[in-house]
Design a protein around this ligand. Structure first.
Ligand code: DLL
Length: 433
């Protein structure tokens, strides 16, 4: 473990630490951010009301739109000169969401990423091939500084140039691959077409995140590379990658670092806090971040919390696999569909490659969904075979997710490949009018 004392605190010690840090965080945000002061005043709550962790329930949530409304620097507790770094994520519309870090924040982030990587089974001295994108996205630099902090040799390749990535993985003998799961799959495929046996690489472990992925995809990546595939979670508004990570021992749920974050699950409709174990939207409060504290940030990510003890000995509760976002949940003729459900189905379907794209259109007043899938490289690709396969998939999808959709089967290599976060949904409804 990177920090055994912190990772194995008793639940009582964790709760006491959380309350102490929560009080300080809220007091600091209230004193320094006009927007937060106005919000808490309007809700009739003050930092002094935080006499217990449960008292947080009376405090208002923070939404992504508030970061946009106060763009670019309106939510920071410190003058801009005290920020050492900015990152930003582009939304689907309008202004990006800007986040900033003090020296202390960057230090904390490196520690949390080092802790996460160690939890994933990465060890000092390992060669870490980092194919997360470098730049405004937090993935590249987050994994980079975390791996350095742990004492690894970092190969900062970023995304793209996939043939070269395969060569470097071989030549530098990488032990660990960090990338989005969809890009890892792309690397595996390119390697296979180059005639490289990806299972013979030295790679031992993959640390994958930044987008939803399924157990089926995990099995696929583990087999193709001969590695242990570990799930890593985070979001730029909270710190970046390193908010939670699976342990190599259990590979079953991501330990959320509770000495630095407070996790709640709410019902996204009623906004009530839900008991541990019930599925809902993850809400996160930062406990130690300086520049950009977040009070009850609504992530839109759908998951459950698990407080059962873990075989690895860490005491921090687990955030179970994020299956999708509240706002990328598709409602097709009244039925809720997450793209990751479709992925899980396709990965296990014989003769298909795990690539897909969902295209939404409007037919009169109704939404129509078509799913474009791709044949595995070795499958026959004559028209009759494609049509027969499409029929089979449509039938199985209907019985699994309950939605009738059009299925278009494409030849191997026809769908776009990911170099970072995969784009799974193409929504043509707005342009169709
Ligand atoms: O994706 C940070 C990150 C980088 C995490 C590298 C892990 C690895 P954002 O670009 O702000 O930050 O996007 C955050 O991505 O709210 C989730 O919807 C999704 N996401 C991140 N990790 C996972 C995961 C980075 N392991 C948004 N499983 C989050 C499912 C994930 N979804």
């Amino acid at each position: 473990m990177f920090d055994r004392t912190a990772e194995c605190l008793s639940r009582a010690e964790l709760a006491a630490l959380q309350l102490d840090r929560l009080k300080k965080t809220v007091a600091r945000a209230y004193a320094n951010v006009a927007h937060i002061r106005r919000k808490l005043d309007a809700a009739g709550v003050k930092p002094e009301h935080l006499t217990s962790l449960d008292a947080l329930e009376r405090f208002p949530f923070t939404l992504k739109s508030e970061l946009r409304d106060t763009y670019p620097f309106g939510m920071f507790t410190v003058p801009r000169e005290n920020l050492l770094r900015l990152h930003a994520s582009s939304g689907t519309t309008g202004r990006p969401t800007v986040v900033g870090y003090t020296r202390g924040d960057l230090d904390l982030w490196s520690d949390l990423m080092a802790r996460s990587l160690a939890c994933a089974g990465v060890r000092p001295g390992d060669v870490v091939h980092n194919a997360y994108g470098y730049g405004l996205f937090t993935g590249g630099l987050g994994a980079h500084y975390g791996a350095e902090r742990l004492g690894c040799t970092v190969v900062p390749v970023s995304g793209g140039g996939t043939e070269r990535q395969v060569m470097l993985l071989q030549d530098f003998g990488a032990d660990v691959l960090c990338s989005t799961p969809s890009y890892a799959l792309n690397i595996a495929e390119v390697g296979e077409t180059m005639g490289v046996d990806m299972r013979k690489l030295r790679l031992r472990c993959g640390v994958f995140g930044a987008e939803p992925w399924s157990e089926a995809m995990r099995r696929d990546l583990q087999t193709r590379f001969g590695i242990k595939a570990i799930d890593l979670y985070g979001l730029s508004e909270i710190v970046g990658p390193g908010v939670a990570c699976e342990c190599a021992e259990a590979q079953n749920g991501l330990h959320g670092w509770e000495d630095h974050f407070l996790f709640e699950i709410i019902d996204p409709k009623t906004l009530e806090r839900l008991p541990t174990g019930e599925p809902g939207e993850l809400v996160i409060t930062t406990l130690t971040k300086e520049a950009l504290p977040m009070i009850r940030y609504r992530t839109r990510d759908i998951t459950t919390l698990n407080d059962e003890p873990c075989v690895c000995g860490r005491t921090h509760r687990r955030i179970m696999r994020v299956t999708g976002r509240d706002d990328d949940m598709l409602i097709i003729r009244g039925i809720n569909v997450f793209p990751s459900q479709i992925e899980a189905f396709l990965v296990d379907f014989p003769g298909l490659a795990p690539h897909y794209q969902i295209v939404l259109t409007r037919e009169g007043p109704l939404d129509a969904m078509s799913v474009e899938v791709e044949l595995a490289a070795e499958a026959p690709s004559d028209e009759r075979f494609l049509a027969k396969k499409a029929d089979e998939i449509r039938h199985h999808l209907k019985s699994m997710i309950g939605v009738t959709c059009t299925v278009i089967v494409k030849r191997s290599g026809a769908l776009p490949r990911s170099q970072g976060k995969a784009v799974r949904v193409k929504d043509l409804r707005k342009t169709a009018g």
